[in-house]
Ligand binder design. Structure first.
Ligand SMILES: C[S@@+](CC[C@H](N)C(=O)[O-])C[C@H]1O[C@@H](n2cnc3c(N)ncnc32)[C@H](O)[C@@H]1O
Length: 239
Protein backbone atom coordinates (compact mmCIF):
# COMPACT_ATOMS: atom_id res chain seq x y z
CA UNK A 1 0.00 0.00 0.00
CA UNK A 2 1.25 3.49 -0.84
CA UNK A 3 2.39 5.53 2.17
CA UNK A 4 0.79 8.98 2.61
CA UNK A 5 3.24 11.77 1.71
CA UNK A 6 5.04 13.30 4.67
CA UNK A 7 5.35 17.09 5.04
CA UNK A 8 8.89 17.05 3.69
CA UNK A 9 7.78 15.41 0.41
CA UNK A 10 4.91 17.87 0.02
CA UNK A 11 7.29 20.82 0.54
CA UNK A 12 9.81 19.39 -1.94
CA UNK A 13 7.13 18.89 -4.60
CA UNK A 14 4.98 21.99 -4.22
CA UNK A 15 7.40 24.53 -2.70
CA UNK A 16 10.79 23.80 -4.29
CA UNK A 17 12.14 27.23 -3.28
CA UNK A 18 11.36 26.62 0.40
CA UNK A 19 12.80 23.11 0.13
CA UNK A 20 16.09 24.45 -1.32
CA UNK A 21 16.29 27.03 1.46
CA UNK A 22 15.75 24.40 4.17
CA UNK A 23 18.44 22.16 2.62
CA UNK A 24 20.94 25.00 2.33
CA UNK A 25 20.38 26.11 5.96
CA UNK A 26 20.87 22.50 7.08
CA UNK A 27 24.09 22.20 5.02
CA UNK A 28 25.41 25.49 6.40
CA UNK A 29 24.76 24.31 9.98
CA UNK A 30 26.50 21.00 9.26
CA UNK A 31 29.51 22.81 7.74
CA UNK A 32 29.79 25.09 10.77
CA UNK A 33 29.48 22.15 13.16
CA UNK A 34 32.26 20.30 11.28
CA UNK A 35 34.43 23.42 11.39
CA UNK A 36 33.96 23.63 15.18
CA UNK A 37 34.69 19.91 15.46
CA UNK A 38 38.00 20.30 13.58
CA UNK A 39 38.96 23.42 15.55
CA UNK A 40 38.28 21.75 18.90
CA UNK A 41 40.02 18.51 17.98
CA UNK A 42 43.03 19.77 16.04
CA UNK A 43 43.49 23.43 16.92
CA UNK A 44 42.69 24.21 20.57
CA UNK A 45 43.98 27.66 21.57
CA UNK A 46 46.10 28.16 24.67
CA UNK A 47 45.81 31.14 27.02
CA UNK A 48 48.37 33.20 25.03
CA UNK A 49 46.25 33.05 21.86
CA UNK A 50 42.96 33.55 23.72
CA UNK A 51 44.20 36.59 25.61
CA UNK A 52 45.65 38.08 22.41
CA UNK A 53 42.21 37.79 20.78
CA UNK A 54 40.64 39.47 23.81
CA UNK A 55 43.16 42.32 23.70
CA UNK A 56 42.73 42.81 19.94
CA UNK A 57 38.98 43.11 20.49
CA UNK A 58 39.47 45.54 23.41
CA UNK A 59 41.81 47.65 21.24
CA UNK A 60 39.12 47.82 18.56
CA UNK A 61 41.16 45.93 15.96
CA UNK A 62 39.11 44.36 13.17
CA UNK A 63 38.49 40.62 13.36
CA UNK A 64 40.52 39.90 10.25
CA UNK A 65 43.02 37.41 11.63
CA UNK A 66 43.10 33.77 10.61
CA UNK A 67 41.00 31.13 12.38
CA UNK A 68 42.57 28.65 14.80
CA UNK A 69 42.22 25.83 12.28
CA UNK A 70 43.96 27.94 9.64
CA UNK A 71 46.71 28.50 12.20
CA UNK A 72 47.00 24.74 12.54
CA UNK A 73 47.00 24.37 8.74
CA UNK A 74 49.93 26.82 8.57
CA UNK A 75 51.78 24.77 11.17
CA UNK A 76 51.20 21.54 9.23
CA UNK A 77 52.45 23.16 6.02
CA UNK A 78 55.55 24.66 7.65
CA UNK A 79 56.41 21.34 9.29
CA UNK A 80 55.89 19.50 5.98
CA UNK A 81 58.62 21.58 4.33
CA UNK A 82 60.81 21.65 7.46
CA UNK A 83 60.61 25.45 7.38
CA UNK A 84 63.28 27.45 9.23
CA UNK A 85 63.09 30.83 7.50
CA UNK A 86 59.63 32.30 7.02
CA UNK A 87 58.19 35.69 6.06
CA UNK A 88 54.71 36.98 6.83
CA UNK A 89 53.18 40.03 5.13
CA UNK A 90 50.50 41.49 7.42
CA UNK A 91 51.02 40.97 11.18
CA UNK A 92 48.02 42.69 12.80
CA UNK A 93 48.34 41.65 16.49
CA UNK A 94 50.57 38.64 15.86
CA UNK A 95 47.95 35.87 16.05
CA UNK A 96 49.08 34.01 12.90
CA UNK A 97 52.72 34.82 13.69
CA UNK A 98 52.41 32.94 17.01
CA UNK A 99 50.85 29.91 15.30
CA UNK A 100 53.61 29.84 12.67
CA UNK A 101 56.54 30.51 15.01
CA UNK A 102 55.48 27.56 17.13
CA UNK A 103 56.04 25.29 14.13
CA UNK A 104 59.64 26.45 13.67
CA UNK A 105 62.71 24.81 15.18
CA UNK A 106 64.57 26.68 17.94
CA UNK A 107 66.97 28.25 15.45
CA UNK A 108 64.12 29.12 13.06
CA UNK A 109 63.14 32.68 12.22
CA UNK A 110 59.93 34.42 11.24
CA UNK A 111 60.07 37.97 9.91
CA UNK A 112 56.63 39.57 9.92
CA UNK A 113 55.79 42.92 8.33
CA UNK A 114 53.16 45.43 9.54
CA UNK A 115 52.60 49.02 8.47
CA UNK A 116 50.69 50.17 11.58
CA UNK A 117 53.16 50.80 14.45
CA UNK A 118 50.50 50.33 17.15
CA UNK A 119 49.60 46.91 15.80
CA UNK A 120 53.26 45.94 15.50
CA UNK A 121 53.81 46.95 19.14
CA UNK A 122 50.90 44.82 20.34
CA UNK A 123 52.22 41.90 18.28
CA UNK A 124 55.72 42.24 19.76
CA UNK A 125 54.31 42.23 23.29
CA UNK A 126 52.23 39.09 22.75
CA UNK A 127 54.94 37.28 20.79
CA UNK A 128 57.31 37.90 23.72
CA UNK A 129 54.65 36.78 26.20
CA UNK A 130 54.28 33.53 24.21
CA UNK A 131 58.05 32.99 24.64
CA UNK A 132 58.77 33.48 20.93
CA UNK A 133 60.60 36.81 21.02
CA UNK A 134 63.88 35.21 19.93
CA UNK A 135 62.27 33.58 16.88
CA UNK A 136 60.10 36.41 15.54
CA UNK A 137 61.07 39.84 14.26
CA UNK A 138 58.32 42.39 13.58
CA UNK A 139 59.34 44.96 10.96
CA UNK A 140 57.28 48.14 10.64
CA UNK A 141 56.59 49.73 7.27
CA UNK A 142 55.02 49.36 3.85
CA UNK A 143 55.50 45.79 2.67
CA UNK A 144 56.50 46.77 -0.86
CA UNK A 145 59.27 48.99 0.48
CA UNK A 146 60.54 46.41 2.95
CA UNK A 147 60.61 43.51 0.49
CA UNK A 148 63.62 44.60 -1.55
CA UNK A 149 66.02 44.81 1.45
CA UNK A 150 64.46 41.63 2.85
CA UNK A 151 65.77 39.67 -0.15
CA UNK A 152 69.20 39.63 1.48
CA UNK A 153 67.82 37.53 4.37
CA UNK A 154 66.53 34.84 1.96
CA UNK A 155 66.10 32.36 0.46
CA UNK A 156 62.96 31.53 2.46
CA UNK A 157 61.18 28.26 3.08
CA UNK A 158 57.76 29.87 3.08
CA UNK A 159 55.97 33.20 2.75
CA UNK A 160 52.51 33.83 4.18
CA UNK A 161 50.73 36.69 2.40
CA UNK A 162 47.95 38.36 4.41
CA UNK A 163 48.33 42.12 3.77
CA UNK A 164 46.64 44.49 1.27
CA UNK A 165 44.88 42.45 -1.38
CA UNK A 166 45.54 44.74 -4.36
CA UNK A 167 49.25 44.03 -4.04
CA UNK A 168 48.97 40.23 -3.87
CA UNK A 169 50.23 39.83 -7.49
CA UNK A 170 53.35 41.88 -6.66
CA UNK A 171 53.96 39.87 -3.53
CA UNK A 172 53.70 36.71 -5.60
CA UNK A 173 56.36 38.02 -8.00
CA UNK A 174 58.66 38.66 -5.05
CA UNK A 175 58.01 35.15 -3.74
CA UNK A 176 59.06 33.74 -7.12
CA UNK A 177 62.50 35.30 -6.50
CA UNK A 178 63.01 34.50 -2.82
CA UNK A 179 61.30 31.21 -1.97
CA UNK A 180 63.51 28.14 -2.45
CA UNK A 181 62.50 25.23 -4.69
CA UNK A 182 60.16 23.02 -2.66
CA UNK A 183 59.19 25.99 -0.48
CA UNK A 184 55.71 27.45 -0.08
CA UNK A 185 53.75 30.55 -1.00
CA UNK A 186 50.61 30.70 1.15
CA UNK A 187 47.96 33.41 0.96
CA UNK A 188 44.80 34.05 2.97
CA UNK A 189 41.47 35.32 1.63
CA UNK A 190 41.71 33.63 -1.77
CA UNK A 191 37.88 33.84 -1.97
CA UNK A 192 37.53 37.40 -0.58
CA UNK A 193 34.19 36.54 0.95
CA UNK A 194 33.00 34.94 -2.32
CA UNK A 195 33.62 38.13 -4.31
CA UNK A 196 36.24 36.47 -6.56
CA UNK A 197 33.41 34.68 -8.36
CA UNK A 198 31.04 37.65 -8.44
CA UNK A 199 31.61 39.58 -11.68
CA UNK A 200 29.63 42.54 -10.41
CA UNK A 201 32.43 43.25 -7.90
CA UNK A 202 35.35 45.00 -9.60
CA UNK A 203 37.26 46.86 -6.88
CA UNK A 204 41.07 46.87 -6.66
CA UNK A 205 41.24 44.35 -3.83
CA UNK A 206 39.10 41.75 -5.55
CA UNK A 207 40.93 42.31 -8.84
CA UNK A 208 44.21 41.82 -6.98
CA UNK A 209 43.10 38.50 -5.51
CA UNK A 210 41.70 37.28 -8.86
CA UNK A 211 44.97 38.14 -10.59
CA UNK A 212 46.98 36.49 -7.82
CA UNK A 213 44.91 33.29 -8.02
CA UNK A 214 45.16 33.27 -11.83
CA UNK A 215 48.94 33.66 -11.80
CA UNK A 216 49.43 31.11 -9.03
CA UNK A 217 47.27 28.62 -10.94
CA UNK A 218 48.96 29.14 -14.34
CA UNK A 219 52.56 30.11 -13.66
CA UNK A 220 54.72 27.02 -14.33
CA UNK A 221 56.96 28.00 -11.41
CA UNK A 222 54.25 26.85 -8.97
CA UNK A 223 52.12 23.77 -8.26
CA UNK A 224 49.15 25.27 -6.48
CA UNK A 225 45.62 24.93 -5.16
CA UNK A 226 43.15 26.86 -3.01
CA UNK A 227 42.00 24.98 0.08
CA UNK A 228 38.39 25.95 0.78
CA UNK A 229 38.74 27.01 4.42
CA UNK A 230 36.55 29.82 5.77
CA UNK A 231 37.79 32.34 3.15
CA UNK A 232 40.12 30.17 1.05
CA UNK A 233 43.82 29.62 1.66
CA UNK A 234 45.92 29.54 -1.51
CA UNK A 235 48.95 27.24 -1.35
CA UNK A 236 51.68 27.06 -3.99
CA UNK A 237 54.80 24.91 -3.93
CA UNK A 238 57.76 26.38 -5.81
CA UNK A 239 58.77 23.84 -8.50
C1 LIG B 1 44.45 40.53 7.67
S1 LIG B 1 45.47 41.44 8.71
C2 LIG B 1 46.72 40.28 9.14
C3 LIG B 1 46.23 39.23 10.08
C4 LIG B 1 47.31 38.33 10.61
N1 LIG B 1 48.07 37.72 9.54
C5 LIG B 1 46.67 37.23 11.44
O1 LIG B 1 46.04 36.35 10.85
O2 LIG B 1 46.82 37.28 12.68
C6 LIG B 1 46.34 42.46 7.59
C7 LIG B 1 47.36 43.37 8.24
O3 LIG B 1 48.24 43.80 7.21
C8 LIG B 1 48.57 45.15 7.39
N2 LIG B 1 48.89 45.69 6.06
C9 LIG B 1 48.01 45.91 5.05
N3 LIG B 1 48.66 46.39 3.98
C10 LIG B 1 49.97 46.46 4.32
C11 LIG B 1 51.13 46.88 3.63
N4 LIG B 1 51.08 47.33 2.39
N5 LIG B 1 52.31 46.82 4.28
C12 LIG B 1 52.38 46.36 5.56
N6 LIG B 1 51.30 45.96 6.25
C13 LIG B 1 50.12 46.01 5.65
C14 LIG B 1 47.31 45.77 8.01
O4 LIG B 1 47.63 46.93 8.74
C15 LIG B 1 46.77 44.62 8.86
O5 LIG B 1 47.18 44.74 10.19
Amino acid sequence: MRKPPVVKDVVRRFMPGVHRLVVSVRQKRAREACQRYVAELFAPEDEALRSLRREMAAAGLPEIYISAEEGRLLQVLLKAVAARQVVELGTLGGYSAIWMARALPEDGRLITVEREPRRAELARRYIARAGLGDRVEVRVGEALQLLEPLKAAGPFDAVFIDADKQNYPRYLEWCGDVVRAGGLVIADNAFKGGQVVDDTVQDDEVRGIREFNRRLARDPRFTAIVVPTRDGVAIGVVN
